[in-house]
Design a binder for this molecule. Structure first.
Ligand SMILES: [Zn+2]
Length: 374
């Protein structure tokens, strides 16, 4: 049957499309497709592919945004893996720039399963595009694995950043206008805060953060004048409360449409005007909206200069800290290196080297503790 379909597809396709049709039917993974296209021996391919298992064992921690620069060298089998904690509503974007446009980069995102502790594959980016973007629906620990093709020979710059999937719901609002977060105590601890409060002057426009349908608007209960917006794409209900007034006859809205104006109606009568913004999932319960609207600043630190980046470096201190994160704070010392130990450079972020040791462990070491190895 498969052969018959193949013959039919081939007879319908132009020559350049035949290969694609074959791959569609054979169900090759992107890596297997690459092996076939480049005629890579099974032996070499297996060595390269097994690197993914090493990457899944390693666990470097990063905060976003993250920038790293380095060189991809042919047959050095470098693989890059980073763990980061993500919240619902955040969109993670991974992009690798190389000098040679034809270089293939395989990028995959995994999520740690809370019960089994195993990282499960979620999405793989197109190797020729060298990028991957992923919207987070569940909070948890995510792992990004980046692997260049075997013969990759190019400088690279890796950027991983995140952005909120919604527009900020108050016009010209910013993170610092959020005065109260999810879980803050209310009424002396009787109940938690099931949303965030965004403070603004009375009358400031409240905007639809995404497209959707208005399912309720009017005045009732603790929320006072309120609007409910159904985001059917994500199966979420958005709640806008304490409005001073509501735009009449709202039905369908697009991102940025005005829903109403900031006020202090309902149980906010004695507090300064603010928008209470809540998100409810499948009508079951509230979830933390912060990841949907929090704006992440662009990368602060100028990334490393590539000109003087050595392939190998040597420890110059009697005891050098090799860490799981490129920072002195909130990082663990994975290993204490000794004077003269040689490390292989994978890249550099700010003033930290991303290295691997002779046991194939990925770690960071501060540039003040090493010197290029000859
Ligand atoms: Zn509130």
């Amino acid at each position: 049957m498969k052969k018959l379909i193949l013959i039919i597809i081939i007879s319908l396709c132009s020559c350049s499309e035949i290969e694609k049709a074959e791959d569609l039917i054979s169900g090759l993974s992107p890596r297997q497709e690459y092996q076939k296209d480049e005629n890579i021996s099974d032996e070499l391919f297996q060595i390269w592919k097994a690197r993914v298992d090493v990457a899944l064992e390693n666990s470097l921690k990063i905060d976003l945004p993250y920038v790293e620069k380095g060189f991809f060298k042919p047959r050095n089998f470098a693989i890059y893996s980073y763990d980061t904690y993500l919240l619902p509503g955040e969109v993670i974007e991974i992009k690798i720039n190389t000098e040679s446009l034809s270089t293939l980069i395989f990028t995959t995102i995994y999520k740690k399963d809370n019960s089994s502790g195993v990282f499960e594959k979620l999405k793989t980016g197109a190797a020729d595009k060298k990028e991957l973007s992923f919207e987070v629906y569940e909070q948890g620990l995510y792992k990004i694995v980046i692997q260049p093709e075997i013969e990759a020979n190019s400088p690279f710059q890796l950027e991983i950043k995140k952005s909120p999937s919604y527009l900020f719901p108050v016009i010209n609002g910013k993170n610092s206008d959020i005065g109260s977060y999810w879980g803050d105590m209310r009424e002396g601890g009787i109940r938690d805060h099931k949303g965030i409060d965004i403070f603004a002057n009375k009358g400031t426009p409240v905007l639809a953060p995404t497209s959707g349908k208005i399912t309720f608007s009017g005045e009732k209960g603790l929320g006072g004048k309120q609007v409910w917006l159904r985001d059917s794409k994500r199966k979420l209900d958005l709640y806008f409360a304490h409005l001073d007034s509501i735009i009449p006859k709202l039905k369908k809205v697009k991102p940025g449409d005005t829903l109403g104006f900031v006020g202090n109606t309902g149980n906010a009568k004695t507090t300064p005007p603010h928008l209470h913004f809540g998100i409810y999932k499948n009508r079951r319960g509230a979830i933390d909206p912060i990841g949907f609207v929090y704006q992440t600043e662009p990368a602060e630190n100028a990334p490393a200069d590539l000109k003087n980046l050595a392939d190998r470096i040597k420890i110059t201190k009697n005891k050098a800290a090799l860490r799981n994160k490129a920072a002195l704070n909130n990082s663990n010392i994975v290993k204490t290196g000794t004077n003269g130990e040689v490390l292989y450079v994978q890249g550099k972020t700010d003033d930290w080297y991303h290295v691997r040791d002779s046991l194939d462990r990925s770690m960071y070491i501060h540039e003040s503790e090493v010197t290029p190895a000859l």
